[in-house]
Write a new protein. Structure first.
Length: 419
């Protein structure tokens, strides 16, 4: 579905109010904790908390941890939460039940799946990735090639990936939606091309899960990982997920062989024997409170059509882009993401040489986006809690902050640690 914008009303706030009144997801916003008067456009970095997270955490701490102590693992079924949440998320990314587990961080999960992939495809010695992939992905691959010094990391530009898929590539590791530009890779084409060449494929879905449709099973993807704290709204540092295609689960071995991935953790055997299925990709004790918080984030998506959510985000993004690009005095701002919403994730990006200070000035006004070095400002547009009027008000403020040079003050130009 491609929804056309009424260009004649693009500078008219009532147009955005009308779109909100027709929005089938409008009622969801009230189920999240929001700050009155603030426009939060950073759900691509840290999603907002569902209101139910507060009560659910409280009851689990009191009635679970507090009242039951260690027994809560079984009596509250915390021990199975990593798999239950995996099965809830599965339809959002085109996976089947039993193919996903929540554990650790995306970085650690990436280490586990790439180490498994290079072992499965041991005769080949190249790990192929995109030059400019999210830094943790690049670092994890570099780390693997440091201790397996027979392996080489080859990073090429995104346009040259298909061509670089030669018969020495053990595994292709890519991020589906680019963290900075929001550009979507063609998962089906690249996965099939890689498989034809005999390479395995790992996708990082951090900016895809809960944002846009993904078809892991249909594309035949081998492994995937992704964050729980972005669109899935699991909270800061939420557990991440790991997907391993059913058919290779019994052959794949994570280099982190740990007790919760053991066949019988409470047998306390000295020898590691991997659990059947996806369970072997757990490492240590599941982060129960993190999983309990995350449960509320992922339950919000139950019975929703991810395609419909993505369509709303695409329209929000199109309006954001068209309004800024149409503004007369915007000479110094450049589009930093695809203009065509079919090629874009759930975020928009712009480049300006003073992006950092502009983002700081916007935050002071209560409009929360983020900055990615050296010149990018990013604005996330999750469908469940972003309103059309937010796009109008945010773009109005961006134009104002730039045109009046409001950003040009030491208060905004001084760098802080987390951007
Ligand atoms: C594409 C991508 N991968 C991985 C990560 C980092 O994940 P984690 O902090 O869970 O290791 C991020 C964080 O923003 C990301 O954008």
């Amino acid at each position: 579905v491609r929804i056309l914008i009424d260009q004649t009303r693009i500078d008219d706030r009532s147009y955005y109010e009308d779109l909100d009144s027709e929005d089938e997801f409008a009622a969801f916003r009230d189920r999240y904790v929001t700050v009155p008067g603030e426009i939060y456009l950073d759900g691509n970095s840290l999603g907002l908390p569902p209101k139910s997270t507060l009560t659910h955490l409280d009851s689990n701490v009191r009635d679970g941890w507090g009242s039951r102590g260690i027994r809560a693992w079984m009596e509250c079924d915390w021990i199975n939460l990593p798999f239950k949440l995996g099965d809830t998320v599965a339809p959002l990314i085109g996976a089947s039940a039993g193919e996903i587990v929540f554990a650790d961080s995306t970085s650690v999960n990436l280490f586990k799946v790439v180490s498994a992939a290079v072992q499965l495809n041991d005769s080949r010695k190249v790990i192929l990735t995109e030059n400019g992939n999210f830094p943790t992905d690049e670092y994890v691959l570099q780390g693997i090639s440091e201790f397996r010094d027979d392996l080489e990391v080859r990073a090429v530009s995104r346009d040259n990936i298909a061509e670089a898929l030669k018969d020495d590539v053990s595994v292709l590791v890519l991020t589906h939606v680019h963290y900075k530009t929001g550009e979507i890779f063609d998962m089906e084409h690249l996965t099939k091309t890689a498989h034809k060449q005999g390479s395995l494929v790992v996708w990082d879905l951090s900016h895809s899960a809960g944002a846009i449709p993904v078809a892991l099973n249909d594309c035949g993807v081998d492994f995937a990982v992704g964050c729980g704290y972005k669109y899935l709204c699991g909270g800061p540092g939420a557990p991440a997920f790991i997907y391993v295609r059913q058919e290779i689960q019994s052959k794949a071995l994570p280099a982190i062989a740990a007790w919760m991935g053991h066949k019988a953790p409470f047998a306390f055997d000295s020898l590691y024997e991997p659990a059947e299925g996806i369970a072997r990709f757990q490492s240590g004790t599941p982060p129960a409170l993190g999983l309990i918080a995350l449960q509320n984030g992922v339950e919000m998506f139950r019975n929703l059509k991810i395609e419909a959510l993505a369509n709303k985000s695409r329209l929000l993004g199109d309006l954001f882009i068209e309004r800024l690009l149409a503004a007369p005095k915007m000479a110094k701002i450049h589009l930093g993401c695809p203009r065509d919403s079919k090629s874009r994730g759930c975020q928009v990006s712009f480049e300006h040489e003073n992006s950092y200070a502009i983002v700081r000035a916007l935050i002071k006004r209560g409009i929360v986006g983020d900055f990615r070095a050296p010149y990018t400002m990013r604005f996330g547009l999750p469908a469940l809690y972003t309103r059309f009027v937010d796009v109008f008000d945010a773009t109005t403020a961006i134009l104002d902050v730039i045109n009046t040079r409001e950003w040009d003050s030491p208060e905004f130009t001084k760098q802080v640690a987390v951007t």
